[in-house]
Design a protein. Structure first.
Length: 586
RNA sequence: GCACCCGUAGUUCAGAGGAUAGAACACAGCGUUGCGGACGCUGAAGUCGGGGGUUCGAGUCCCUCCGGGUGCACCA
């Protein structure tokens, strides 16, 4: 596909040169909105119309005529089959191109050759990208909003890695501050030193919630105690530090299972507590540069009004660093260590202003890499019942959601095949496909109304639908009794096979997979892959419903088996990029 | 008040400045002595929040108004 684009662009350039004696560089090639027009299209005729004082339709006709005479084929291919079967000018001004059957069939060799790496790219080779995601507070369990963050971060990492980047998946634990002391304080007062009698992060979370309830009753008193505890912690008082280690340790221990269920992992964990003394040098530098100033209370403030941003406190009046101080230091350290091409912060959109301030500060400080920072701002997750509120106690924790999904999937799987060897493992994978796909199919910018009942369905645009489609495809391969290794594809074998409409449609769509992946990497939008997969899955199921495979005549049967296998491979690769592992049977 | 995000079918969502705005769910029908009917096919359903503008061409870009959400100094 990528090759076809390059060749086409070159040929269009040449045709313009030949006909109009014009060097024209802005040649854009797009995918027609309606596929009946073709596989590729160009709008150069519109752009040339003004320069040439001719109508777009006329120019399109001339160019199409010229292009047809070129018999475009791949240079490296000795067989000289044409890439396009049809080049057509439309009176409005478009020139449409349709892939030849040869090109489409040839795609199958690509898939077989590349296998699990089909669709991957090399645009990121030799470059490091840091993706920071999850970043929870170790004082309570992860909630459904964290899940979206985890899915986005891990999926984007997967996609970037598939594009050749060296990806560093980073978790940055917000493990220092008064928010941690909330759980600690309640445990100290009411915990009686006992060990968790449930999943440890939930155990810790109970004390966090207890604080919020107690705080309603007696705010002044509790605020004071909390401040005192944090002060002791800052001063390194042993008893408090031990308590801090205990509480955060339980949170981490509990999360392990959550992360594992969600198929989320990290390469590096950074801890805010390692940065409590951080950033002082940079702050001094900022003051010297006139970016920030110390006010009468001793706090350091960056004046950002002239950049259309709110002012930002960089250092408390007591001289201790706050979140942004540590964030500045972390990014600087990261750059020195990794020399990153990009650093992506996966954080919900409420923090947009914060990141604008942060990035502006880096720019003002003169760090040349300030434009390599990117805030992936994603929207809220709510349930059909309404928004979550920790005050109202309607926060939905991730473990409960996963458990509920697992339960629903087991109900859906009532028709499952008997010979499933590991029903529990399969159930978990199906459940995760529902959970991850349900979130990832939505544009990150959009808020999500997460309806557990609809994402777990086996019908519609869901993960399980695609899992089922894959399993059905692989079931054909199994029934054929043919080893996967003996599947092969070359043009001599398939030259005389006449394809049916459903097969052509499937192949034409398959060709766009790698483009979808690279677009998804460029825009950090996994939902493009999800929507590709659904569209592709529907085409496969149309094919499945209309075109017999195992009962077909021998040579046709072999072609269709290859097509089925390659389709399954594409679904598998796409789902993998969403962090979903396929199952052969379900 | 200022700033940012969102507004597309009854509902949940896709639409990479291009051609007649697409799916799914729900709704009304249909289909296998064929490979997993957990599927497929057909139908009905839209003033793309309103109004201006830029462009050969706007759901998409700009302005403005309306509606919803979020953020605005020593929390993270």
């Amino acid at each position: 596909m990528e090759n076809a684009l390059l060749i086409l662009r070159e040929n269009i350039r040449e045709s313009i040169k030949n006909i109009y004696n014009l060097d024209f560089e802005e040649i854009s090639i797009e995918r027609p909105e309606n596929e009946k027009y073709g596989d590729l299209a160009t709008n150069v005729a519109f752009l040339l119309a003004k320069k040439l004082f001719k109508s777009p339709g006329e120019i399109a006709m001339d160019l199409a005529h010229e292009l047809k005479s070129y018999n475009i084929s791949f240079e490296c291919d000795p067989s000289n089959y044409p890439v396009f079967s049809d080049i057509e000018a439309v009176s409005t001004g478009f020139i449409n191109f349709r892939f030849s059957d040869y090109f489409l069939k040839n795609q199958l060799s690509e898939v077989l050759k590349k296998g699990d790496s089909y669709g991957s790219g090399k645009s990121g080779e030799g470059k490091v990208i840091i993706v920071e995601y999850s970043a929870p507070n170790p004082n309570k369990p992860l909630h459904i909003g964290h899940s979206r963050n985890n899915f986005l971060g891990s999926s984007i990492s997967e996609v970037l890695s598939f594009s050749g980047y060296n990806v560093v998946r980073m978790n940055y634990m917000n493990d220092w501050g008064t928010h941690i002391c909330k759980s600690m304080l309640m445990y100290k007062k009411y915990g009686n030193g006992q060990n968790p009698d449930k999943k440890p992060d939930h155990f810790v979370g109970d004390f966090y919630r207890m604080y919020e309830i107690e705080h309603e009753k007696n705010p002044e008193e509790l605020d004071k105690e909390l401040a005192q505890m944090f002060k002791d912690m800052e001063n390194g008082k042993k008893e408090i530090i031990d308590l801090w280690k205990k509480i955060t340790g339980w949170a981490y221990e509990g999360w392990e299972e959550t992360y594992e269920n969600e198929n989320v992992f990290f390469d590096v964990c950074e801890y805010q507590s390692n940065y409590t003394k951080a950033g002082k040098d940079i702050i001094d530098f900022a003051i010297k540069k006139g970016i920030a100033e110390r006010d009468s209370t001793g706090a350091v403030i960056a004046r950002l009004g002239k950049y259309g941003l709110p002012d930002k406190v960089l250092l408390r009046s007591d001289g201790t660093p706050i979140y942004i101080t540590q964030d500045i230091q972390l990014a600087k350290d990261n750059f020195e260590k990794y020399n990153f091409e990009k650093r992506i912060y996966v954080v919900d959109k409420r923090q947009s202003d914060y990141f604008k301030q942060l990035f502006k500060l880096f720019e003002l400080l003169g760090f040349k890499w300030s434009d390599r920072l990117y805030h992936l701002a994603y929207g809220w997750v709510s349930l059909p019942e309404g928004a979550m509120s920790s005050r109202a106690g309607t926060v939905v924790n991730a473990d409960d959601v996963f458990k509920k999904i697992l339960e629903l999937e087991k109900g859906e799987m009532k028709n499952s095949l008997k010979e499933v060897s590991d029903p529990d493992g399969t159930g978990k994978k199906i459940a995760l496909s529902a959970y991850r796909y349900g979130m990832l199919k939505i544009d990150p910018k959009q808020d999500i109304v997460f309806d557990i009942n609809s994402v777990t369905k086996f019908e519609g645009n869901t993960g399980p639908y695609l899992m089922y489609t894959y399993a059905r495809a692989m079931s054909i391969i199994e029934k054929a009794g043919i080893g996967v290794s003996s599947l092969e594809s070359n043009i001599e074998l398939f030259e005389n096979i006449e394809m049916r409409e459903e097969e052509i449609s499937l192949l034409r769509f398959m060709c766009t997979f790698s483009r979808t992946v690279s677009l998804s990497a460029d825009t950090m939008s996994p939902h493009l892959i999800a929507n590709f997969l659904y569209d592709f899955g529907q085409r496969f199921n149309s094919f499945y419903g209309e075109v017999p495979v195992l009962n077909a005549e021998e040579s046709v049967k072999f072609f269709r088996l290859v097509l089925v296998y390659c389709s399954a491979q594409v679904i598998k690769n796409g789902l993998k990029l969403l962090g979903i592992d396929v199952v052969e049977k379900m």
